[in-house]
Structures are given as C-alpha cells and as structure tokens.
Ligand binder design. Structure first.
Ligand code: NAD
Length: 258
C-alpha cells in the first residue's frame, strides 16, 4: 500500500503497460486518473479495478495542450493534489523504412505523441508538485531510445528524446523534491506489439520473440508496472534522472543470444 492517500495520473491507461500500472497503483492504495484517447480501452481497464478503488477515466490526446491543461485543472479541482504522473501513452511507427525514405509527417506524429505529449503532461503537472515540494514522474521510454533496431527511426528518436527529457526535467525539478525517472521496456506483449506476436504465433516463431534477451523470454505488462511503481514510490526516494532498462537483459550484452 505504498500509494495510500496519493493521487496518480496514468496516460495510455487503456491498454498494455498503462493498464497494468493503473491497476497496480490502485491495488496499492492510489486514487488513479486514467487518461487515454481510447474510451473503449479505458472502460476495459476500469472493469478490472478493485471494487474499493477511487478511479476516474478521461479521454485525452496527450499531444493536445488544451486537453492536457483542462484535465489537470479538473484533477486539481477534484483531488487538490497530484503525487504521481506516469507518462506512458505512446504510438509506434509500424514500419521501419531507412532514413532516406522517412516521411516528415510520420516523425511529426510520433514525436508529437511520444515526446511532446510527455513534455506537455510534465509542464502542466509539475507546478502542482513543485508547490507541495513532493512528486514522482515516471516516463515510459524504450530500449529503442538507447540504441536503434527496434520500432523504426522516428520511434527510436522519440524515445531517446524521452530519456533526455527525463534527465532535463529531473534537473529542473530536483530542487523541489520532485523526482523524474524513466523505464525502458524491451519487448512486451501489448496492443502495440500485437501484430508482431500474431505473426510469430501463426508462423511457429513465438520462441524467437524472447531470443534477443538474456532471460530468453519477452516481458509482461505487469513486470513493467512493477518497475514503474517502484520508481514512483518512496522506495526510490534517492533515484532521479535515471532511465532503467526493464528488458530481460536485452541491452546488457552485445553478444545477444538466439
Ligand atoms: P499499447 O498500445 O497497448 O498502449 C498504449 C496506449 O496509449 C493505448 O491505450 C493508446 O490508446 C494510448 N495512446 C496512444 N496515443 C495516445 C495519445 N495521443 N493520447 C492518449 N493516449 C494515447 O502499448 P504499450 O506497449 O502498453 O505501450 C505503452 C508504452 O510503452 C508506450 O509509450 C510504448 O512506446 C512503450 N513501449 C512498449 C514496448 C512493448 O514492447 N510493448 C516496448 C518499449 C516501449
């Protein structure tokens, strides 16, 4: 119950890692505001919430600053505080063209959600944390932000940007006792990776999906939620500005197995 009497906002809570994180925060006592552009996804997450949990669901496009501003004002009106922000909403490119074939529009769309969306949420939440001299922000980056080869050029660049945003925001907010960290997931089975898993399963190649990491398996959303909640909790009270790979060892070795 690390989040009793705490208020947490989770973006991208309508699926995958965000859903698992919202549910875990609620199970550990938080009041959870779940934001996502999929109302259907939010309803599905809400249906799994513990019966005694306080939670609200809001449709939001994190790249829309007016929408972000309105949501944060509403949360402050209703709860009077924000203790935890999990910036998790994200999209991937879906295809991996070489840089010579990249489309400007794809870059603008992916950076708009993954990087600018995270910045907008921090911009509008952090002042309330600064005022109370308390808060923890966790951004979902990716192993793709550490090195290329997963997710396509604009996706990788957006996640590298999220890691750098994590560091700069940690510097800006550290003096106010507001911590900012990131997790860098490896391959996790979620809505985002459904096509990859469907293809592997229908071609008898599922075993290969875990082959590129030392633990020889892909990750579960709950394993990311555990790391996110650790970084958001007082257990991580002296950790800020860090990007933690949660990847089964994918980034630990150049000599990848499999
Ligand atoms: P997912 O598709 O299951 O969930 C992402 C959620 O974000 C969806 O519910 C979607 O509706 C929401 N979303 C997308 N754009 C949004 C927007 N503009 N505003 C509000 N909500 C929006 O995928 P996931 O794997 O759970 O992704 C969560 C995060 O983890 C993402 O940032 C993703 O880049 C990152 N990640 C995932 C993996 C993986 O293997 N699944 C690996 C590395 C990083």
């Amino acid at each position: 119950m690390r989040f009793t009497e705490r208020v947490a906002i989770v973006t991208g809570a309508g699926s995958g890692i965000g859903r698992a994180t919202a549910l875990r925060l609620a199970r550990e006592g938080a009041s959870v505001i779940m934001a996502d552009w999929s109302e259907e996804g939010l309803q599905e997450t809400a249906s799994h919430m513990p019966a005694d949990a306080t939670h609200i669901e809001r449709k939001l496009d994190v790249s829309d600053e007016d929408g972000v501003r309105t949501l944060i004002a509403e949360v402050m009106d209703q709860f009077g505080q924000i203790d935890v922000l999990v910036n998790n909403a994200g999209i991937s490119g879906g295809s991996y063209p070489p840089v010579t074939e990249n489309e400007k529009g794809d870059w603008e769309k992916i950076l708009g959600v993954n990087l600018i969306g995270a910045m907008l949420m921090i911009k509008h939440v952090a002042p309330h944390m600064q005022a109370r001299q308390q808060g923890a922000i966790v951004n979902t980056a990716s192993v793709a932000g550490i090195r290329s080869g997963a997710g396509g050029n604009p996706y990788s660049a957006s996640k590298a940007g999220v890691i750098n945003l994590t560091q700069t925001a940690a510097c800006d907010l550290g003096g106010f006792n507001v911590r900012v960290n990131a997790v860098c997931p490896g391959l996790v089975e979620t809505g985002m990776t459904k096509a990859v898993f469907d293809y592997a399963r229908s071609n008898d190649k599922e075993h290969k999906l875990g082959g590129r990491c030392e633990l020889r398996r892909y990750g579960k959303p709950e394993e990311l939620a555990a790391a996110i909640c650790f970084l958001a909790s007082d257990d991580a009270s002296y950790i800020t500005g860090q990007a933690l790979p949660v990847d089964g060892g994918n980034t630990a070795s150049l000599n990848l197995p499999g």
